[in-house]
Design a protein. Structure first.
Length: 214
């Protein structure tokens, strides 16, 4: 039997961050195992990525139901698969407190901006349009707000002269793929603690809570 911590990943889209987590977890020494992938969108490419990796892929539509009813179905599916942790990876729904209370301190999210700047949708475009010269991504613990929970780690990238929005977004996405597997490892190893609003991570030699992704 696997001693690894069971993680459920929630997605709504293409799932490149999901893929980064799947790839990391291919290594038997990685302390987390992705045991289920759930999407609110049937056409989400990430569901196919899960199937290809032999991971149960579940579609739970959110339309025509209350937020509470949707979250209850999510919870049911995650619990059915024995999840102890939940990683949001491009999941475009806000979770209810009832959901979060079922996984206290065990829900992570990745956001494509250096929070607390540019929360909400299309963080990369917000940053691009604002003309920021250092952009990036954030992995944080999830609370009931939108991209407001305690920050665990960040990856920073430059905006280069002549960048198109696509090039800028791709550079951010590449650092996301490094950041998320790193933080999920810390989480499931019990190395993340919240003290007030701040996070403490029990770092090993050579580890840092930031990545420079130039
Ligand atoms: C990523 O930029 C992530 O930060 C944001 O949504 C996007 C999902 O991309 N929350 P993907 O589906 O992982 O490729």
């Amino acid at each position: 039997m696997s001693q690894r911590e069971a993680v459920g990943v929630l997605i709504s889209g293409g799932g490149t961050n999901l893929q980064a987590l799947i790839d990391a977890a291919q290594d038997p020494a990685y302390p987390a195992e992705i045991v289920v992938v759930i999407s609110n969108r049937e056409e989400a490419g990430g569901l196919e990525r899960a199937r290809r990796a032999g991971i149960p892929a579940v579609w739970i539509p959110h339309r025509d139901k209350t937020r509470a009813a949707f979250d209850e179905e999510l919870l049911g599916a995650l619990q059915e698969h024995g999840c102890r942790w939940v990683a949001l990876a491009g999941f475009m729904r806000i979770l209810t407190p009832v959901f979060l209370d079922a996984f206290p301190g065990h829900v992570l999210n990745i956001h494509p901006a250096l929070l607390p700047s540019f929360p909400g949708v299309r963080g990369q475009k917000q940053a691009f349009d604002a003309g920021v010269q250092i952009a990036g991504a954030t992995v944080h613990l999830v609370d009931a707000g939108t991209d407001t929970g305690p920050i665990v780690a960040q990856g920073a990238v430059p905006r280069l002269d002549g960048d198109t929005l696509d090039e800028f977004q791709a550079r951010i996405l590449a650092v996301e793929h490094q950041l998320y597997p790193m933080v999920l490892r810390w989480a499931v190893e019990g190395r993340i603690q919240v003290k007030g609003d701040a996070v403490q991570v029990d770092l090993r030699p050579g580890e840092r809570r930031w990545i420079w992704g130039a």
